[in-house]
Design a protein around this ligand. Sequence first.
Ligand code: UD1
Ligand code: UDP
Length: 369
Amino acid sequence: MKIAIIVGTRPEIIKMAPVIRVCQQRAIPFIIIHSNQHYSPEMDDIFFQELSLPTPNYNLHVGSGLHSNQTGNILIKIEPILEQEKPDLVLVQGDTNTVLAGALAASKLNIKVGHIEAGLRSYDKSMPEETNRVLTDHMSDFLFSVSKNQSKVLADEGIAKEKIYEVGNTISDALFQHIPLAEKNSTILSSLAIEPNNYLLLTAHRASNVDVESHLVSLVNIVTHIANKYQEKVVWPIHPRTRKKIEEYAITLDEKIILTPPLGYLDFIQLQKNAALIMTDSGGIQEEACMLRIPCVTLRENTERPETIEVGANVLVGRSLDKALAAIEAWRNHSEYHWQNPFGEGNVAEKIIDAIQQISVTNPEKRNQ
Ligand code: UD1
Ligand code: UDP
């Protein structure tokens, strides 16, 4: 069984890292194909270094571009590699353009596709990721769902139950493996002159929040209001997409907002772990905040991570200051949070590779049909 593992963006590198590690431990033959959808060193190289990942066997250097252009370029560049390498299985993770292109290229070559983090749905078709998720799920042969929610979504969409493996989310592996390293090695709190539990952490990169000037202005206004009301600093490791927009729209930031470049995983874990509150539109950060038991205000109208809401770890506020304040006030009565962690205990990659090995041993024709 030879596996081609496809990555392209920051969250895919982080969430695939545990799978790569298990392949290494079990001496399973694999190659890594990196689309380089993310390419700035702080969105790409730093994670290969910090997570001790091998250099990708192939780098497609696609970079940024319009959606079809980027997706098409990845598709065109992956095909000859898959033809030459002839993997038994292509693994993709998440919902980016890299995921859709990787799954489609494999599917056209009759190579089996495994989709990690299958079954997520925001039911918001204006999000490019929603189309990527739905299409990838329906092309996949093995769907690794996070929880019952996603398994049910997939089954309700007509996907055969035998294809669905409910395993949890590999972010639990990545996070739990790196907390001790973050505690030991990160000096981010002292470098930013902030104290534990005494600052808010912000990230934003969704097109719907940052690509429309009035939306980005109102997001910044909400955050500024909250910072001033609670007399807290806001640490904002800013995504390159958002930095460009802040500059383009000439938005000035309050002095309570500390802007940093995108951070490495250890520094970012340390910042999440010690924050009083996380405000974000990121998918992975909603999950990590929930696992770290830090309250999360999600600056979106919907989420494909409903379990974070169900356990009481996350509130959707869109760009409503009133909703954000109501959520924060409700949380302020607690000093600790004990909600359940719905994402797994740190052995999800093992479950995925167990399933893959089981399939190839017990059912070789399923692999090669
Ligand atoms: C992409 C994914 C999104 C994921 C996010 C993780 C899609 C459709 N979007 O969004 O699902 O949540 O990654 O962060 O696949 N840029 C740089 N350097 C980089 C990468 C991007 O400067 O290394 C800038 C470029 O101006 C680029 C913009 O950011 O045009 C957006 O990058 P892109 O990869 O298209 O989308 P993301 O917003 O990063
Ligand atoms: N992250 C990081 N440094 C940062 C911001 C985020 O290491 O400055 C990590 C974060 O811990 C999470 C992942 O990147 O694991 C989330 O990526 P992102 O928000 O870009 O994408 P999404 O999850 O929304 O697809």
